[in-house]
Design a protein around this ligand. Structure first.
Ligand code: PEP
Ligand code: MN
Length: 335
């Protein structure tokens, strides 16, 4: 159950509500959600009579799914996440591009300038890399963050970079405009809760084999701590199909739009693992209603320290940007 409190509710009235919940042994949490003051129960119990309490303006008790704060029942209008002026989930589509990993200042700057010239406003690049093999390049880590900070200062690009554990949230947060939570961490609930306590936008990538409900329940952990700036990301899932690295599940987009108010973007790079499919899957993503794409772009893919096989050149990315504009029109979107 979710209780929406009146805008100017007095402390006394709030105390009455809280005591009432305490008396009934109901776990609950108070959060500020945008301009809404919310109290939600941390159980699935249904309690009657709460609507009679003074100071409660609205009660939501019937949800089609287990996720509540992420649901359309809770919020009918789409959430638009504001990344320091760059809006995600509105009419304008978002293009995020950059290398898989930050490799050097020079290379990151070169790629950043090239994608910026193509209209990109958010640069991707991992400093802390969660690699399947411990023998693979793990990212430049702190040094990588310093490079991102310098590129950000020189170009004005916003930065999205992955945070892989709770210890480095502060460090990563100093440079990141968007925290990326990788697929492997989608169900790292302590990480989700700590990120939820910040107000920083977060890109939550779908787990390697997560269902739509599991993805939205992970989003619920972020929202439940009061961070309403959640962007979902479809990046392909493990299936028996092995012609691509993962299977891009584009039908998740219309389904998410139906059941949730959160924006969703697509990562065609990790979904396909094939640079010759990035164009097709990017256009398909926009056709399916995606709010944006996040693409691995590198100026010299054969020398990339990670995921070079799926990186495309800036010139190839330019064609995606151009042709996606045509698809965008059909969906009444633009960039
Ligand atoms: C990434 O985007 O850098 C990444 C590691 O992706 P994923 O978590 O989707 O595998
Ligand atoms: Mn990668």
């Amino acid at each position: 159950m979710i209780l929406e409190l009146e805008k100017n509710i007095t402390t006394d009235k709030k105390q009455v509500i809280f005591s009432r919940l305490f008396e009934q042994n109901l776990g609950f949490k108070e959060i500020y959600f945008g301009n809404k003051n919310i109290v939600y129960l941390t159980t699935n119990k249904h309690v009657s009579g709460l609507d009679r309490l003074e100071g409660v303006s609205k009660i939501l008790s019937s949800f089609k799914h287990e996720f509540k704060l992420a649901s359309r029942e809770f919020q009918e209008i789409n959430t638009v996440v504001d990344v320091d002026g760059v809006k995600i989930g509105g009419e304008k589509l978002v293009m995020i591009a950059g290398p898989c990993a930050v490799e050097s200042l020079e290379r990151t700057m070169t790629i950043a300038k090239k994608v910026q010239d193509l209209g990109v406003e958010i640069l991707r690049g991992g400093a802390f890399k969660p690699r399947t093999s411990p023998y693979s390049f793990q990212g430049l880590q702190e040094k990588g963050l310093e490079i991102l900070a310098e590129v950000k200062a020189k170009t004005g690009l916003k930065i999205i970079t992955e945070v892989i554990d709770t210890e480095t949230i502060g460090l990563v947060g100093e440079v990141a405009d968007v925290f990326q939570i990788g697929s492997r961490n989608m169900q790292n609930f302590s990480l989700l809760k700590k990120i939820g306590r910040t107000q920083k936008p977060v890109l939550l990538k779908r787990g390697l084999a997560a269902t739509l409900e599991e993805l939205l329940l992970s989003a619920e952990y972020l929202l439940g701590e009061g961070n309403k700036n959640v962007i979902l990301c479809e990046r392909g899932i493990r299936t028996f199909s092995n012609h691509t690295r993962n299977t891009l599940d584009l039908s998740i987009i219309p389904t998410i739009k139906e059941v949730s108010h959160l924006p969703i973007i697509v990562d065609p790079s990790h979904a396909t693992g094939k640079r010759n499919q990035i164009y097709d899957m990017s256009l398909a993503s926009f056709a399916a209603g995606s709010d944006g794409i996040i693409v691995e772009v590198h100026n010299n893919p054969s020398e990339a320290l990670s995921d070079g096989f799926q990186a495309i050149l800036p010139e190839e990315f330019a064609k995606i940007v151009e042709d996606s504009k045509i698809i965008a029109k059909i969906r009444k979107r633009y960039f």
